[in-house]
Design a protein around this ligand. Structure first.
Ligand code: GLY
Ligand code: MN
Ligand code: MN
Length: 439
């Protein structure tokens, strides 16, 4: 059976940490216009989904400890509208299938929210995301204040961003979430293997992108968790390259950063491999530096180590490699201290991973990078980028861009690479490429 997130478990974890008089209020993400009167396919709000599994737009939820903790406001049933835009569970479905203790049409929010806010002194709500939602919340608080004037019950006076509680919970993945993430990881490594089968000189980046996205959907996933990067040759040196429309050259490397989303959880994987099946000597030397940096960084991802120490391990190995390759000259400590390495490695090494590719959760607390704990999932993604136009660097290295990215679960037994099924060493990559047919 396909894994599913356990939304009731997530809700219970949140309720467990709410004090009496605290409540959480979340709104669904609005539809995004693509162009004219066309909209993007709707992507549910990650917070609201994490707590309920609700995937529709025009919704809000209110959670508070007590007899009836979850109140949902959702699109009402409407056969005429549903003919155009799809089936809606409605408030009935929210109660029957999504764990709502009370449910209303979204239109009732303005009337019901002031009453719900009575007795709440601390509201977890993310101001600043939507002016319209903010105005409704502010007006509801004013109404609640008027209602409370005589009785003296609490109304919200303290406000916390979702980062304080909800995002901390999302940061620590439970077993149900890890099962889903493992599925996303498997779809993604399958897709990278498919890319290796399809790529060859004369094919186009978009043909490889098509093979990747086919695997994401054919495997039951939602599609890409972020816009795929399929970057041949010097295009790899554009960090957010999205055109994916160039022809693949004999002798080029191909950098692919693509992750499949499953049940809205995404993987995030980058592989870089030679289009013609064999690394050139210069490509191999650069690749081995990045691989060594990734291995050092993964080894640093242990319980109790600071988040930043993973990046620091990668930067040290990359900088040593830059000196060995003739890209930089001087003392490695000094090149790190004066950030000379940023010319060829300008991004971070890790981010949290989960429902969002750059997932929720703080990276530092009280000014210090936070320690890694079991259940956190990070990416480890060092790279070296040497544009074709780079001056003062060895000729043979120009136009080479390499990134290797894997998804790593922090465990008591050490780092577990969730995406190890996609070949990563020079030997494994060349073997996978040698096994492709000439079709
Ligand atoms: N694919 C987005 C990232 O690597 O951060
Ligand atoms: Mn990443
Ligand atoms: Mn990536």
């Amino acid at each position: 059976m396909l894994p599913r997130p356990d939304f009731a478990l997530h809700r219970a974890a949140l309720l467990d940490r709410l004090a009496d008089g605290e409540a959480v209020l979340l709104f669904a993400t609005p539809h995004a216009v693509r162009n004219g009167d066309s909209e993007y396919r709707y992507r549910p709000d990650s917070d609201l989904y994490w707590l309920t599994g609700w995937t529709g737009p025009d919704a809000a939820i209110f959670l508070k400890r007590g007899e009836a903790p979850l109140t949902m406001f959702v699109q009402p049933r409407d056969p005429e509208q549903e003919t155009w835009t799809g089936r809606r569970p409605g408030p009935e479905g929210a109660r029957a299938r999504y764990g709502a203790d009370a449910a209303y049409a979204i239109e009732a929010l303005e009337k019901e929210l002031p009453r719900l806010l009575l007795g709440v002194h601390t509201l977890h709500y993310g101001f600043g995301r939507s002016a319209e939602d903010d105005a409704l919340v502010s007006a509801s608080i004013r109404k609640a204040e008027r209602l409370a004037r005589r009785s003296g019950v609490d109304v919200p006076e303290t406000f916390h961003a979702p980062a304080r509680l909800l995002h901390e919970l999302r940061l620590h993945k439970s077993d149900d979430e890890l099962a889903v993430l493992r599925k996303a990881a498997a779809l993604t490594t399958d897709a990278h293997l498919a890319a290796m089968r399809v790529a060859r000189p004369g094919r186009y980046e978009y043909e490889v992108e098509a093979a990747i996205t086919h695997m994401f959907r054919a495997g039951g996933g939602d599609g890409p968790g972020y816009t795929p990067i399929v970057a041949g040759g010097d295009n790899a040196n554009i960090l957010h390259y999205h055109e994916n429309d160039a022809v693949l050259g004999d002798g080029d490397l191909l950098l692919i950063d693509a992750g499949g989303e499953f049940a809205l959880y995404t993987a995030d994987v980058t592989r870089t491999f030679p289009v013609n099946g064999r690394f050139s000597e210069a490509q191999r030397r650069v690749y081995e530096v990045v691989l060594a940096a990734q291995e050092a960084a993964i080894a640093a991802a242990v319980v109790g180590a600071r988040f930043l120490s993973v990046h620091e391990a990668a930067v040290r190995r990359l900088t040593e490699g830059m000196v060995a390759l003739g890209l930089l000259e001087g003392d490695v400590d000094a090149l790190i201290a004066n950030e000379a390495y940023k010319r060829f490695y300008m991004h971070g090494t890790s981010h949290w991973l989960g429902l969002d590719v750059h997932d929720a959760g703080r990276y530092a607390r009280a000014g210090a990078s936070r320690p890694l704990q079991p259940g956190m999932v990070i990416t480890v993604e060092p790279g070296l980028y040497i544009p074709a136009a780079a001056e003062g660097v060895p000729e043979a290295l120009r136009g080479i861009g390499v990134r290797i990215e894997d998804d790593v679960l922090i465990t008591e037994d050490g780092p577990e690479v969730l995406t190890a099924a996609a070949p990563r060493t020079v030997a494994d990559i060349e073997a996978a490429l040698a096994a492709r047919s000439d079709a």
